[in-house]
Design a protein around this ligand. Structure first.
Ligand code: UTP
Length: 272
């Protein structure tokens, strides 16, 4: 049973400057709601009851968003607009926050959750990877963990020309969508080992913290989660679950436009 999740949201969002100088990319709106709200909902739908969001100094808007706003509730009540109150009510889940003082990399951000996770397996959800499914995309990863009791990461089939942007796995199919991962190549310039790329969903065993603690800075001088996962492939084992659903990366402008359109169409459809 996995009931804790870490959402790392402390990066600078360099690809989306200048807006990310003051607006965290996790707060970019999709269908009128911030991206991170979809991620929190996805976690809740999968049975997560405790969430840790990793923040940095300029990300207080995220904390404010998930807090109650009594004055706004009073204002809406006074104006006869109580029906809007549920839309501003915080989600029913425990959310804690911790600050990563320096953006030393995704691996380092996950390491900040060591005492939160304790000695239990936990989920990691990257808030810039979104899939507007009505079901939680974390569920198949948790089910795979429940069956095999080992680390599981989300995978997506990516067209060959784009593989150079991802962590790509060498893997053998175990069963249906489940793959046994032998190794991971980060952003392969040529000869990718497959067309299966790592997506931003993970269920990890606490051993990952021991590896992260000692990992040296890798690509871009950052402590990379992928480097720790690579090491785990040959020690505790690593499975992948290959999604067939479409994912969107809100850091990529084209993807962000597409997800906006999809959310708008879904909203329109729900109205009829
Ligand atoms: P990204 O690789 O997308 O980094 O991190 P980023 O800073 O958000 O964006 P770019 O690459 O500079 O444009 C994936 C996730 O990991 C978090 C980010 O906030 C994002 O949600 N992250 C990254 C951290 O929490 N801390 C870090 O040091 C790095």
């Amino acid at each position: 049973m996995i009931y804790r999740a870490i959402i790392p949201a402390a990066g600078y969002g360099i690809r989306n400057l200048p807006v990310t100088k003051s607006i965290p990319k996790e707060m970019f709106p999709i269908g009128g709601r911030p991206t991170i709200e979809y991620i929190v909902e996805e976690a809740i739908l999968a049975g997560i009851t405790e969430i840790l969001i990793i923040l940095s100094r300029n990300k207080n808007e995220i904390m404010n968003y998930f807090d109650r706003s009594i004055e706004l509730e009073c204002f809406l009540t006074a104006r006869g607009k109580e029906h809007l109150i549920p839309t501003i009510t915080p989600p029913k889940v425990s959310i804690q926050y911790t600050r990563q003082h320096e953006a030393l990399g995704l691996g380092h951000a996950v390491l900040m959750g060591k005492s939160f996770a304790g000695n239990e397996p936990f989920a990691v959800l990257l808030p810039d990877q979104v899939s507007l499914q009505r079901k939680s995309m974390l569920i198949p990863l948790i089910k795979t963990y429940d069956t095999y009791s080992t680390n599981v990461i989300g995978l997506q089939h990516v067209e060959p020309a784009l593989l150079k942007n991802y962590g790509v796995v060498a893997a053998q199919r175990l069963k249906n969508r489940v793959f046994d991962i032998e190794s991971i190549v980060e952003k392969p310039k040529k000869d990718p080992p497959s067309n299966l790329a790592i997506m931003g969903r993970y269920v990890l065993r606490p051993e990952v913290f021991e590896v992260l603690k000692d990992i040296a800075p890798g690509q871009g001088g950052e402590i990379q989660l992928t480097d720790a996962l690579s090491e785990l492939c040959s020690t505790s084992g690593m499975l992948g679950y290959a999604y067939k659903e479409r994912w969107y990366d809100t850091s990529i402008e084209q993807d962000y436009l597409k997800i906006q359109k999809q959310a708008y169409l879904m909203k329109l459809h729900n109205k009829h």
